[in-house]
Design a protein around this ligand. Structure first.
Ligand SMILES: [Zn+2]
Length: 242
């Protein structure tokens, strides 16, 4: 059994139609990471935005053409871990859902962890065609790599398990955690942006394969129906409280 702590790593603001096709208005997307403490080790799921996003750079100017970035010094994953009494140098595993900048950008601040990622996602990130969607300097940093080809039980006791939820990107994955409360918690990242996505199925206008993402959402619905708490990736209204 593990504890799960949500860390608040800044926010993004944008046009909601980008994230829910057919809607109108603005949306605030919290950027979160999750600290999972298991008796045998410490796992971080996703790692937020790059430290260089604190302040204005050429890169943030580029992102700002479609998303307004809100990221202060205290919002970096390094600072957030310290605020929760966790030395970033002593995180054992970083599980990344996928390689977009708001999920892997903080990896440089977790220098000693093993990076746990689906092989297809890693390959896409390292490929030439990937350069338009991924920023290699965020993740090609020499971390020890654990490349996955499907489900992976990190501690071998079914309590922290990577589950593939492809669609948003080719190798997107979620993390299923047996929480100390006894409940299953599924951290879903960008497979399920908002809590309502599970039922209304409204998807972003972009993505690797939206039909595949719908299949992944159906898989999450099954887990919810079996009693799991489904934690959306970017829902400002969702309260994580177990
Ligand atoms: Zn995201």
């Amino acid at each position: 059994m593990s504890s799960v702590t949500q860390l608040n790593c800044g926010r993004l603001h944008g046009d909601i139609a980008m994230f829910e096709a057919g809607t109108e208005g603005r949306v605030t997307l919290p950027v979160s990471t999750w600290l999972v403490r298991h008796p045998k080790g410490t796992v971080l799921f996703d790692c937020g935005m790059p430290a260089s996003f604190v302040g204005r750079t050429e890169r943030t100017d580029k992102v700002s053409t479609f998303l307004e970035i809100e990221c202060s010094a205290g919002d970096t994953v390094g600072e957030q871990l310290q605020a929760h009494d966790q030395d970033p140098g002593r995180v054992d595993f970083v599980v990344v859902s996928h390689l977009h900048f708001d999920h892997v950008g903080g990896l440089a601040m977790i220098p000693n962890a093993t990076l746990v990622i689906q092989r297809s996602e890693w390959d896409a990130g390292m490929s030439e065609e990937g350069a338009s969607r991924y920023t290699r300097e965020d993740f090609d940093l020499g971390h020890k790599l654990k490349l996955l080809d499907g489900e992976y039980d990190i501690f071998g006791d079914d309590s922290v398990v990577c589950i593939p939820t492809p669609g948003h990107t080719v190798g997107h994955q979620s993390l299923r955690v047996r929480h100390t409360s006894g409940r299953q918690v599924v951290l879903t990242s960008d497979c399920c942006y908002f809590a309502r996505t599970l039922d209304d199925g409204a998807l972003p206008t972009f993505g690797h394969d939206l039909d595949q993402q719908r299949d992944s959402l159906a898989q999450l619905r099954k887990l919810r129906d079996a009693g799991a708490v489904i934690v959306p990736g970017h829902d400002a209204g969702f309260v994580f409280d177990l």
